[in-house]
Design a protein around this ligand. Structure first.
Ligand code: SF4
Ligand code: F3S
Length: 108
């Protein structure tokens, strides 16, 4: 079992999660992060750190988001330090239907 990032991260990207991960297994896309399922050690430390409630155990994550984490983690650059969230992150926090805003481009 591992943890995974779901669509609630899209356009929020607070990055509080990356500061606490002991194995630095977060990867950054343009408007969301994912967890590498082969690197996560299932410690659970990141879950309560996310202000958008976007991190859950895989047992509590839809297959669609599990696949997205597994597909993009090997393609995106690693992120291990918190950075400023987008200016409108709070406006997006908790919004439904975020996947239509997902962008697969790597983080900049
Ligand atoms: Fe990192 Fe632990 Fe979260 Fe996995 S569960 S992403 S190892 S902080
Ligand atoms: Fe995303 Fe939450 Fe981390 S919004 S970047 S999973 S703190």
């Amino acid at each position: 079992m591992t943890y995974a990032v779901n669509d609630q991260c899209i356009k929020c990207k607070y990055t509080d999660c990356v500061d606490v991960c002991p194995v630095d297994c977060f990867y950054e896309g343009e408007n969301m992060l994912v967890i590498h399922p082969d690197e996560c050690i299932d410690c659970g430390v990141c879950e309560p750190e996310c202000p958008a409630d976007a991190i859950k155990p895989d047992s509590d994550t839809a297959e669609k988001w599990l696949k997205l984490n597994a597909e993009f983690a090997p393609q995106w650059p690693n992120i291990s330090r918190k950075k400023a969230a987008p200016a409108d992150a709070d406006d997006w926090n908790g919004k439904p239907g975020k996947f239509e805003h997902f962008s697969p481009n790597p983080g900049k």
